[in-house]
Design a protein around this ligand. Sequence first.
Ligand code: UD1
Length: 353
Amino acid sequence: MDEKRKILVTGGLGFIGSHTVVCLQEAGFEPVIVDSLHNSRIEVLDALTDLIGYKPVFICGDVNDKILMQGVFAQQKPVAVIHFAAHKAVGESVDQPLLYYQNNVAGLLNLLEVMKAESCHQLVFSSSCTVYGEAQEVPVKESTPILPAASPYGATKQMGETILRDLNWCRVQCLRYFNPVGAHPSSRIGELPLGIPNNLIPYLTQTVSGIRSLLTVHGGDYITQDGTCIRDYIHVMDLAEAHVAAINRLISGIGFDTNSNEVGDPSTQQFEVFNVGTGIGYSVLEIITAFEDATGEKVIYKIGPRRAGDIVSIWADTHKANAILGWNAKRNLDEMMADAWNWQRHCDKASLG
Ligand code: UD1
């Protein structure tokens, strides 16, 4: 394998990471996975092996472990990194802010120091629509002002973006994810929340499969068409494909001033940011109806109180990603719901989750 095609994927056994590994391999890259197994399971490696047809290189370890990361870069010599490895539970970040700053911010700094020392100058960073907070305008554009973060988790994503924007030696594609849902169409990989899910779709599918007794809709009195919050749900395969588009753009050098692309040249444009969503907002009640329509299953739910920290409405303006990355979300809500349900049924059969 041409070493120029090796992509280091931190958090490559997680939800978005594992789907991205599959898409990278399909696009002709060789994914190399580093994952601490903190919030993922080793069974995902077997599923990936089946899906891509060979066992990818996997290093069990933490991005905070500098010695380990130096060894990975020295041995694997990846041409670029996709950095997924981070904690992502908003509520947990409120309870344990230091854990979040240590893992998401210090972990990023550690990774960058090793990348710089090992002359790896290309990175795709997992950011989040959470950086916009309760935006004044929807859909949000990349130029929509960033508001103070509503949680330590959100703050770590904002800080990550700030750090990366300041670098003058590394080309960065920063992807602001909206709400990833669904699973690989094979149902071999999907979202594997440990314990009680925080997010809507795994809670909903676990309710329908009988693991939870009912779904609580967090708030029915918001100023939206049906009183429930609005989000931009995106199929995880579409999101994974956006990473391949970002990697292709990084590697091709398009968008960067390659004539003056000396490391340390401040005139070189090094940082780009993209919204990665579908551009369509759906309310929680619309999601429940879409799930019922796609699967023929009934969702038992009640309207409960608002959840602290929830923003009311957000969806993406995706024109920049469509035009510059040449990427579009292709899968509709029906497919998202059907794939999420098929994955839940696979987990039930395999006693996963
Ligand atoms: C949030 C963050 C996102 C982050 C994600 C990680 C924002 C805007 N988004 O997503 O960046 O990556 O957490 O976990 O900050 N809901 C229910 N009942 C439930 C669960 C959820 O009604 O049992 C509702 C929520 O109130 C919300 C919607 O479903 O309106 C989606 O919630 P969730 O799946 O938790 O994602 P976000 O909070 O939007």
